[in-house]
Design a protein around this ligand. Structure first.
Ligand code: SF4
Ligand code: SF4
Length: 446
């Protein structure tokens, strides 16, 4: 089998996927309250539309998209607004947040109403209607970046997209939600792809899946041969991190290189995550807003698995009620929103999950690197490992000494974490690269 891959850098860390792999998607028991932030996406936060005491139904809009790069936010439960306050989010920012006391019965009935209806036929809809539904539903990229999907599906008039790439790589260690989605929701995934093909007026589509998910490759390869899915092919990918990086996936499958500072449409490509494609199907055919998602809860928990989580359920509730709680609370050192390479440690676990929460990873003392940061020994491993061809050691030093002139290339960093992972002296390279981006942006503006 030919395996596609990107040309330089990358690593193959232990995948730790076994504990949650092939665990059927389970429903999470509802909590007493959810906390839904208005900044669930890249771009401007949504404008909050609700007040304390207001009754809400499942899927009701509670935040209005504010500008071109923004997305609407909807209630993931039925219940009553208990308060609206600024609060810390799972990505470490502060945002207006709607706290909703949950009505269990009405919430369950609300979700049943979405799933029990007959799906509308997207083949009878035109592009404008479908993009409108995706926008109204507040769909954003669910691989982590949370870029508004309607914007991604509307390239500038002078740019032509000729290839759709579905990111089913799930290259982050520990995470298995996308894998399980491809097994359990393959028909909905293909419908989501069909919708995107119709919107863009093209057929050429690749579903990129790492070779460590042979069952997902087999299921989708079988389904696409039925004659109803023109233009769709599966691209088996070498198991290598960060194979699912947008630019790495494009180069691996099409051979095209997205120029520095440019977006995929510059080379005729659109990349969407598997979960996003399914959310697109739900928005267009069921008029369902993005109010829940599939998330892997794994690591130092009693029952790792893949769960359907209403947006805004607190991390601690998800860990306790879904994954059986911590194995030993005294040994927990970090809870991460996402995977170990690109995810961020949450500052507290009583905050709500977000549209981009692909994983909840609990790390114990034995998994967590507490070794002190040492000096650079100029071994060059970070340079060899960088999939973007950057010099992480030198960029980090320029950031550390606040020298914007040496940070020209830092904006090309995709924050994949490979350089930090391979550094033998545990330099916190990604931390400095993020600071370097801020220094460079500020210098650029002045
Ligand atoms: S985090 Fe940035 S600099 Fe480090 S390896 Fe990834 S792309 Fe390269
Ligand atoms: S991997 Fe670490 S020690 Fe080696 S060159 Fe890079 S920063 Fe320096």
């Amino acid at each position: 089998m030919k395996l596609f891959t990107f040309p330089r850098g990358g690593v193959h860390p232990p995948d730790h996927k076994a504990p949650s792999a092939h665990q059927s998607i389970r429903l999470l028991p509802l909590p007493g309250q959810v906390a839904i932030a208005m900044n669930q996406h890249l771009g401007k936060p949504a404008k909050c539309l609700v007040k304390k005491g207001q009754d809400l139904t499942v899927g009701e809009k509670i935040g209005e998209a504010d500008g071109f790069i923004s997305a609407s936010v909807h209630s993931s439960v039925a219940g009553k607004v208990s308060r609206v306050d600024p609060a810390m989010t799972a990505v470490g920012t502060w945002a207006d947040t709607v706290f909703i006391d949950v009505d269990n019965e009405a919430t369950a009935a609300g979700y049943r109403a979405f799933t029990n209806q007959t799906p509308a036929d997207w083949r009878q809809m035109d592009s404008r209607e479908m993009i409108g539904k995706i926008q109204v539903a507040g769909i954003v990229g669910m691989g982590g970046a949370a870029f508004p999907t309607n914007v991604k599906l509307s390239p500038p008039p002078d740019k032509t997209i000729d290839t759709i790439l579905i990111n089913g790589a799930e290259c982050e260690p520990y995470l298995t939600a996308d894998h399980q989605l491809m097994l359990e929701r393959s028909a909905d995934l293909l419908a989501g792809i069909g919708i995107m093909q119709r919107i863009l007026g093209i057929e050429n589509t690749w579903i990129g899946i790492e070779a460590n998910k042979p069952d997902a490759i087999a299921v989708l390869e079988k389904l696409i041969t039925d004659g109803n899915h023109p233009g769709i092919r599966v691209a088996p990918l070498k198991t290598r991190y960060p194979q699912g990086g947008e630019k790495q996936l494009i180069t691996a499958v099409t051979g095209r290189v997205v120029p520095s500072g440019k977006l995929p449409f510059e080379v005729g490509c659109l990349v969407q995550n598997t979960g996003t494609a399914i959310a697109i199907y739900e928005a267009v055919c069921l008029d369902k807003p993005l109010i829940d998602r599939i998330t892997t809860i794994t690591g130092f928990v009693k029952q790792p698995g893949n769960f359907r989580i209403p947006i805004g359920v607190a991390f601690d509730h998800a860990i306790d009620s879904g994954a059986g709680g911590f194995i030993d609370a005294g040994r927990v050192r970090a809870v991460i929103n996402g995977g170990p390479m690109m995810g961020k440690t949450v500052r507290t676990i009583d905050i709500g999950t977000m549209k981009g929460t692909s994983g909840i990873l609990v790390l114990a003392d034995t998994d967590y690197n507490t070794k002190p940061e040492g000096p650079c020994i100029r071994c060059g491993r970070c340079i060899d490992g960088c999939p973007m061809g950057l010099m992480p050691t030198s960029l980090a030093l320029h950031a550390e000494f606040n020298k914007s002139a040496g940070l020209k290339d830092v904006m090309d960093c995709i924050e994949c974490g490979t350089c930090s992972y391979v550094c033998p002296t545990h330099r916190q390279l990604v931390h400095w690269l993020r600071i370097g981006k801020t220094i460079f942006r500020n210098a650029d503006r002045s």
